[in-house]
Write a protein that binds this ligand. Structure first.
Ligand code: NAP
Length: 282
């Protein structure tokens, strides 16, 4: 039976480490501030923003919450980002995505200063990751690397198959695993013989968004299985891309959903806010 990778506990450990780091900074007269911008009243976005606020409160990070109406224009939002970029008291800027349709999300991402881009989505952060320069790492894949390290999962020389090629998970995950000296395959909806490709993996990372798609037919015996999916099953319950009940008897370790990768994302955001201080000093 697979060892369960406890993302909830690991995320708590990371938040405790961040809290400690923030407290040290505070003793030296520094504070850490995250500006979170929410445009409109999308209920799912409101939940994400609330979770980030709670994590900031726990870690001692100042949360500057800015709520804008749903009819905010692109120009107004870009002006606000410009102000926050120039404001030395703000260390991290996060615009909760998606933004309403009159606003180009890519323009918003690109407007955030790379020194404050704690989500790690800007082309400069992504480019820095690709060529091994310092910069922010996208929180979900960076959280998976933390899980692999803290659970002593061997990455060097491992065959890693990532299914999904989104800009926020699949692609940065590939770059991070390459830095870990894994042999990386990124599969997607056009990949041929997906089961066969996945069965090569010592580490299988799924970021597809299809509930319980990955049964044991996709998994090599003894593989580490990391499930990013945040899906709903036929009863509306939260589940992952991996069929946990079917796969866990043959995997060596596995992340559950909920309680696996999910909690790591906000914890890594908190970590990025502290790292912003040293990036801004350089
Ligand atoms: P996304 O933008 O929704 O894209 C899905 C990816 O999966 C695409 O690359 C797509 O391929 C691929 N795909 C779809 N159906 C497939 C199939 N049948 N076989 C193989 N590949 C297939 O991806 P995302 O935003 O990374 O989200 C993926 C999942 O992760 C979702 O469940 C999301 O909720 C979850 N997520 C969780 C967190 C977290 O904090 N835990 C963070 C982000 C995302 P093509 O490119 O060819 O279309």
């Amino acid at each position: 039976m697979a060892r369960i990778i406890d993302g909830k506990k690991t995320a708590q450990d990371i938040k405790d480490e961040v809290k400690q780091a923030v407290s040290e900074l505070t003793k030296n007269g520094r504070s850490v501030t995250l500006a979170v911008v929410l445009v409109g009243d999308d209920p799912a976005s409101a939940v994400y923003v609330r979770n980030k606020k709670k994590a900031c409160e726990y870690c001692g990070i100042v949360n500057r919450q800015i709520n804008l109406p749903a009819d905010t224009s692109e120009e107004e939002l870009l002006q606000l980002i410009d102000q926050l970029n120039r404001d030395d008291s703000v260390n991290g800027i996060l615009v909760q995505l998606p933004v309403p349709p009159q606003i180009d999300g890519q323009k918003v991402i690109q407007a955030i200063s790379p020194k404050k881009d704690v989500d790690g989505f800007s082309p400069i952060s992504v480019g820095a990751l690709s060529i091994g320069l310092p910069g922010f790492r996208s929180c979900t894949p960076a959280g998976i690397i933390e899980l692999l390290h803290r659970y002593d999962i061997q990455t060097q020389g491992a065959e890693c198959v990532i299914v999904g090629r989104s800009n926020i998970v699949g692609k940065p995950m590939g770059m991070l695993m390459l830095r870990e000296n894994a042999t990386v395959t990124i599969a997607h909806s056009k990949t041929k013989n997906l089961q066969e490709v996945c069965r090569r993996a010592d580490i299988l990372i799924t970021a597809v968004g299809k509930p319980k798609m990955f049964t044991r037919d996709y998994v090599k015996e003894g593989a580490a299985v990391i499930d990013c999916g945040m899906d709903r099953d036929e009863n509306g319950r939260l589940c992952g891309d991996v069929d946990f009940g079917d796969v866990s008897p043959i995997a060596s370790c596995i992340t559950p959903v909920p309680g696996g990768v999910g909690p790591m994302t906000v914890a890594m955001l908190m970590k990025n806010c502290v790292e912003a201080i040293s990036l801004q000093q350089d």
